[in-house]
Design a protein around this ligand. Sequence first.
Ligand SMILES: NC(=O)c1ccc[n+]([C@@H]2O[C@H](COP(=O)([O-])OP(=O)(O)OC[C@H]3O[C@@H](n4cnc5c(N)ncnc54)[C@H](OP(=O)(O)O)[C@@H]3O)[C@@H](O)[C@H]2O)c1
Length: 329
Amino acid sequence: MAATRNVMRAVRVFEFGGPEVLKLQSDVVIPDPKGNQVLIKVHACGVNPVETYIRSGSYARKPALPYTPGSDVAGVIEGVGEHVTAFKKGDRVFTTGTVSGGYAEYALAAADRVFPLSDKLDFKQGAAIGIPYWTAYRALFQKGRAKAGESVLVHGASGGVGIAACQIARACGLKVLGTAGTEEGMNMILRNGAHQAFNHREANYIDKIKECTGMKGVDIIIEMLSNVNLAADLQLLAHAGRVMVVGCRGPVEINPRDTMSKESSIIGVSLFLATEEERQECAAALLDGIAAGWLKPSVGSEYPLERVVKAHEDIINSSGARGKMVLLP
Ligand SMILES: NC(=O)c1ccc[n+]([C@@H]2O[C@H](COP(=O)([O-])OP(=O)(O)OC[C@H]3O[C@@H](n4cnc5c(N)ncnc54)[C@H](OP(=O)(O)O)[C@@H]3O)[C@@H](O)[C@H]2O)c1
């Protein structure tokens, strides 16, 4: 192992709880890559809402304590295990998962969760790809069966998954409508693939979306806040339309009859349940997107590692997303 220091700064969680349980420590031992693992010098790490649910202890999947959060890092290979042939020291990479946690100066990752980072993208953009783009692709195609020529409403398009969904859907020939909670967010959506943007904090925005479809409704909704929007979504769907439940933070009341009148479907999406084959399908499509130039993550708020507590507070209580939130070690 060729790391120049044997300790690093890393965020550690010793007990589940509020954002204050995230502790930045400066004496965490840098792990050694073994077998099929690589060690990455982290330049940026994406912050995903799921990391706040896991930290709180309310999530179904709980890591053993203590742990370091973070799965989506971008950086440079520092060392490789004895079985790794695909990467070498100095390669620019991004990940879709880590072994030791990404909120740190170095992260260990299994080589099959590591991808080359194109020169077209900087490290912050690299850290914005993992969970958001894999989820958006899965929601649109693997679960939503989206086809060119269909219409999609990305309901909550200004954040990590939303921007990804807009870019992918536009590149694949869908008509893309998106929502954001601010003027700045709406403009950002329009620059990232949406044909039209709406403000989900405006009283009559649902009517405006319906009018925009000629009262026909949309074929697919990628829903980031189902507990608020699911009942209205069922009204917004076209015949045989599908709501993809990507984000949900609580219960909601719906009238199931609304699905009968259009033979519409409500479909749950879970990136964690993707098979290895499905993950590879996502990777192939998304790496093609980077090469073609349409996959270009939009980075929003940036936080140094010292402000990780604030980052976790802000991602949940956002007053207006502006792309992907990243941590910088
Ligand atoms: N199922 C899965 O496998 C999976 C995978 C990844 C993420 N997720 C979930 O998907 C959701 C989005 O993730 P993310 O990474 O994109 O989060 P993010 O970057 O924090 O973005 C949150 C998005 O939700 C929007 N939003 C806020 N209020 C809304 C409303 N009333 N109606 C519709 N959208 C609203 C925000 O818009 P403004 O800020 O502009 O108001 C923003 O676009 C989260 O709940 C996350 O946990 C699920």
